[in-house]
Design a protein around this ligand. Structure first.
Ligand SMILES: *Cc1c(COP(=O)(O)O)cnc(C)c1O
Length: 413
């Protein structure tokens, strides 16, 4: 049973929530289902229903192939600029939508590695942490094998993430590239991206930031913090829908000196010249390879509008309030059942989700999914509670955590 105090606190937080109106703008938010996975696949905005239908009927159906000339060719750059403006602090001309996160990471890490090695053949190491997302670790491993480089692993605590001392100890005259996640997918640890970028730069390295769990949830100031390169997901906090294409950021100063490895016609200076050889375009176009996935870029535009309206700083304030509330509720009703917090306690070091650990969490997750309470599970024993600031309410958070307590009690009985 939820205590009256916690229930009253949840309603009062909802009543005072400056962003509460946004929740009504998502499909399904009026149902009793509890959604704790907006950090993995965000809910669809209601506006997206009409946007998709209009697109199919009027643009695809009405304009047909003329649509490419009229607007679709420019869409990756127009939406990229909007992501830059509302979510990642990038001036126009540095962000584009492309392939999956995995493929964009490959393209940018390899481009950066090759440029670094060419300038200084001693720079053959790619630095990555042992607890980074699997795709990030696999990409780096593959590039090192393919290019005759080496991976330098940073060991990290699974309930935290990479800090300044850890990075300082790993970089040096042999470092080519550093690949880090700003928000750790497992613990939710929020790295000090500005400080870490500076440490890598002082060692002569280029940094590629993975912003998958950051974009739309924590402020990023790519230009101000001196980022070199970044990649991020659009189907998480940007609600782009299953498999929506990722974005890439390349600081203007690097664009014309980087050569990405998947040389396709869409990345050339004059796409329809169809010339005999590949000549990369100036600017961000050179980071494209093939035909842009236009259908996949539709939904995210509705969330980008909402982020622009709400402001990323207000979104971060609500995100902190949500995770603080989740931690308080967990301390109060889950800790007595043996649950521990596998995320940083200090909100300034935590992104938009919290991970709660208990050996029974895999079973808890299966039970909860069948009851329309949807967190996700990450080994070892971690229940991830993703709290999407635009679509999650405090009452929803409390209802879901109470269901976790009930599931744990049922399993123990
Ligand atoms: C979600 C996520 C990815 C996903 O990559 P895809 O190519 O979209 O499957 C990569 N890195 C991190 C850190 C993620 O959280």
């Amino acid at each position: 049973m939820i205590s009256d105090d916690l229930a009253a606190e949840a309603s009062s937080l909802d009543a005072r929530d400056a962003l509460r109106g946004f929740r009504d703008r998502f499909v399904g938010a009026d149902s009793p289902l509890v959604y704790f996975d907006g950090n993995s696949l965000g809910r669809p905005p209601l506006a997206t229903l009409a946007r998709l239908e209009d697109f199919v009927r009027d643009e695809w159906g009405g304009r047909l192939i003329r649509g490419w000339d009229e607007s679709w060719m420019g869409l990756p750059f127009a939406i990229g600029d909007e992501i830059g403006r509302v979510a990642i602090g990038a001036a126009p001309g540095q962000t584009t939508i492309g392939d999956s996160t995995t493929v964009l990471l490959y393209k940018l890490v390899r481009a950066a590695f090759d440029a670094q090695c060419a300038a200084d053949p001693a720079r053959v190491e790619i630095v990555v942490d042992r607890d980074n997302f699997p795709t990030d670790r696999y990409i780096v491993d593959g590039i090192a094998a393919e290019r005759g480089g080496r991976v330098r692993w940073i060991e990290v605590d699974r309930t935290a993430g990479v800090d300044a001392d850890g990075l300082r100890a790993a970089v040096g005259p042999e470092t080519a590239v550093v690949l880090l996640s700003q928000v750790a997918y497992r613990s939710g640890h929020l790295a000090d991206a500005e400080a870490l970028t500076t440490i890598a730069r002082d060692a002569g390295a280029l940094t590629v930031w993975d912003l998958c769990h950051s974009a739309g949830s924590v402020p990023v100031r790519a230009d101000e913090w001196g980022f070199d390169l970044a990649v991020g997901c659009t189907y998480k906090y940007l609600n782009g829908g299953p498999g929506s294409p990722a974005f890439a950021y390349v600081a203007e100063r690097h664009q014309d000196s980087l050569a990405q490895p998947i040389q396709g016609w869409m990345g050339t200076a004059d796409v329809f010249a169809m010339g005999p050889g590949y000549r990369p375009a100036d600017g961000m176009r050179r980071f494209l390879s093939g035909t842009p996935p236009v259908l996949g870029m539709l939904a995210m535009q509705d969330t980008l509008e909402m982020i622009g309206e709400a402001g990323i700083d207000a979104i971060r304030d609500k995100s902190i309030a949500l995770t603080e509330f989740a931690v308080r509720v967990s301390d109060s009703i889950l800790a007595p059942l043996g649950v521990t917090l596998a995320s940083p306690r200090d909100p300034s070091q935590r992104g938009g989700h919290v991970t709660l650990a208990h050996p029974a969490m895999r079973e808890v997750t299966a039970r909860l999914w069948s009851q329309d309470v949807i967190p996700d599970y990450r080994d070892p024993g971690g229940l991830r509670i993703g709290l999407a600031p635009l679509s999650t309410s405090f009452t929803e958070t409390l209802t879901g955590l109470d269901a976790v307590a009930a599931a744990l009690r049922a399993i123990a009985a």
